[in-house]
Design a protein around this ligand. Structure first.
Ligand code: NDP
Length: 240
């Protein structure tokens, strides 16, 4: 039986790359997205991966979405990649409470929502693979990202705790902390700021989407059963 994999924010950027690789590797894949229906339809046309809109920051919305995925793919989720995320950068002295809340809800509460809803069936099956997307800026902090850094640091703590809770049930829970990867999110960075960032990366470039997708493939593999609770830094050699 093919294993069922769900990728949130899985129709473009890093998530899109992960979903494509999982499908190539033989998993039954579903991709969630939020608002970009045109992009999602294009992704579906290219990959034949079914796409499902819901808001990962909302628990009821996640419950409905997961139910739809399970009905369409004919089973419970074996592999969950919590990839969806947003930034709303601003210095703290100017940050509105909404920016704080939206970033926390979308990057961190989403992971509670999604894991809470899939963990029961995984425990019953005594198998599961969860990969949570953190960030280099959750590990080291970043100017203008007190909201994002807090959320992504929270992802690491959550991952360690759930890994401990789930170890005896055949479920692994790991995080990936990418450095700067070329996607829509980083395309928004100003050219002069980008040059400064690249100058600080020992490998001298932004990472590629596939360099994250390949790591996810490894972590979700059945043979990676002794790897849990880690945060894999994939950042071109930046010292943390
Ligand atoms: P993109 O901005 O390219 O894509 C984000 C994806 O998340 C989109 O599919 C978007 O859906 C989805 N999404 C956003 N909000 C929600 C929501 N509320 N509910 C459901 N889906 C949502 O991001 P990246 O590919 O660059 O980043 C992917 C992950 O990797 C994020 O968690 C990010 O924080 C993390 N990361 C990225 C880095 C980078 O350099 N790019 C570096 C470190 C970490 P829609 O298409 O509908 O808008």
């Amino acid at each position: 039986m093919k294993k069922i994999a769900l990728v949130t924010g899985g129709t473009r950027g890093i998530g899109g790359g992960i979903a494509r690789r999982l499908k190539e590797a033989g998993y039954l894949v579903a991709a969630n997205y939020h608002k970009d229906a045109t992009g999602a339809e294009k992704f579906h046309a290219e990959t034949a991966i079914p796409v499902f809109p819901w808001d990962v920051s909302n628990y009821e919305s996640c419950a409905r979405g997961i139910k739809d995925v399970c009905e369409m793919l004919g089973g419970s989720i074996d592999i969950l990649v919590n990839n969806a995320g947003i930034t709303k950068d601003c210095m703290l002295h100017k940050m509105e409470p909404e920016s704080w809340q939206q970033v926390l809800d979308t990057n961190l509460t989403s992971i509670f929502n999604m894991c809470r809803l899939v963990i029961g069936p995984m425990r019953e099956k005594k198998f599961g693979r969860i990969v949570n997307m953190s960030s280099i800026n959750g590990v080291k902090g970043q100017i203008g990202q007190s909201n994002y850094s807090a959320a992504k640091a929270g992802v690491i703590g959550f991952t360690k705790a759930l890994a401990l809770e789930s170890a005896s049930k055949g479920i692994t829970v790991n995080a990936i902390a990418p450095g700067y990867i070329s996607t829509d999110m980083t395309d928004a960075i100003r050219e002069d700021v980008r040059e400064k960032i690249v100058a600080g990366i020992p490998l001298g470039r932004f990472g590629k989407i596939d360099e994250i997708a390949q790591a996810v493939l490894y972590l979700v593999n059945e043979e990676a059963s002794y790897v849990t609770g880690i945060t894999l830094n994939i950042n071109g050699g930046q010292y943390l």
